[in-house]
Design a protein around this ligand. Structure first.
Ligand SMILES: [Zn+2]
Length: 323
């Protein structure tokens, strides 16, 4: 397997979903690169993938592997957008630096809802409490002490530009970008989140409320924020799934930014706009499921669009004719 092109799309006949052969190819590719980097296999069943590193060439050009998948960014409501991206550290430092916080001797830790000092003790910083019902399954209700704010009253007395820290967590990414525009460490994160189309999410939105696609774009934004030149291999599995066309355009711009910085992006995709923008396309087929798995065509989009056996070709040709 030779990888010497910056943006590569593995496409397959529509109907082959997340568990399809193209997904398997990214798993194999990931394990080959992990092997080259001296990392242990990530998938417990990687041994069954029969990865033969001897057959791989070009892997030595990668110095890092980043898989941007749709797995949740956290399994409890304690992780959220702000904590995952690291932006919340900057916000907590901002509050600790206010005149009021310094007068009271509050450190940045005081503004975490995960430590006893500053959080509401009734709900232990969760913002809600479990309610046992006699004849019904238990449920959750807003915490009677903090009304969902997650902090104790003293912590909430500290404000920055008229808002306490709980009110900042309630802001959308778009609103927070304005509110925190004077805080470089936070605004960098917020801008990258907006660039991948997540401006509508709340900073404190629990990880458990985010969709797989949102989780994937948060991970991508976190990567973009580190934005450095390099030779990383980024692997993404159907990143456009569930996205509005305008968000797909945003996402593609970000992926090309990674490529422009010297990295390689390989993705599994059925979306024609994405396939058309790639430098190299590998079309797997000829059919879906058991009828697929063969490389039907490979090359720049214009070449794959002319491939005779490819089920994708006529659609790709029509898409290329439009642009
Ligand atoms: Zn509470």
């Amino acid at each position: 397997m030779s990888v010497d092109v910056p943006l590569c799309v593995l496409t397959a006949v529509t109907g082959v979903s997340g568990s399809g052969k193209s997904t398997l190819v990214t798993q194999v590719l990931a394990e080959v690169v992990r092997g080259h980097l001296g990392l242990a296999p990530e998938e417990p069943d990687a041994a069954q993938l029969e990865v033969d590193v001897q057959d791989a060439s070009g892997v030595e050009s990668f110095d890092r592997l980043v898989r941007v998948d749709q797995r949740p960014i956290g399994r409890t409501p304690r992780s959220n957008l702000a904590t995952y991206t690291g932006m919340f550290d900057a916000v907590r430092k901002l509050y600790a630096a206010t005149v009021e916080a310094r007068a009271r001797g509050y450190s940045a830790g005081r503004f975490s809802f995960n430590v006893p000092e500053g959080r509401c003790e009734t709900c232990q910083g969760e913002g809600f409490v479990a309610v046992e019902l006699l004849f019904l399954p238990g449920t959750y209700a807003p915490c009677p002490t903090c009304q969902g704010a997650r902090y104790n009253a003293e912590t909430l007395e500290v404000t920055y530009r008229g808002k306490n820290i709980a009110e900042v967590l309630a802001l959308s990414v778009d609103a927070a970008a304005k509110f925190l525009s004077a805080v470089p460490a936070a605004s960098r994160s917020l801008e990258t989140l907006r660039e991948v189309g997540l401006g509508y999410l709340r900073l404190g939105q629990p990880a458990t409320e985010l969709s797989g696609g949102e989780a994937q774009r948060i991970k991508l934004a976190t990567e973009l924020q580190r934005a450095r030149r390099g030779h990383a291999l980024y692997l993404l599995d159907e990143p456009t799934a569930g996205l509005h066309p305008s968000d797909i355009a945003l996402l593609l711009r970000q992926l090309h930014r990674l490529v422009d910085a010297g990295n390689t992006v390989v993705l599994v995709e059925h979306d024609l706009d994405t396939i058309a923008t790639a430098d190299w396309v590998i079309d797997l087929g000829p059919g879906g499921g058991d009828a697929g798995g063969q490389v039907v065509a490979a090359g720049p989009p214009a070449k794959v669009a002319r491939a005779r056996r490819s089920a994708t070709a006529p659609y790709l040709a029509a898409r290329l004719a439009r642009s």
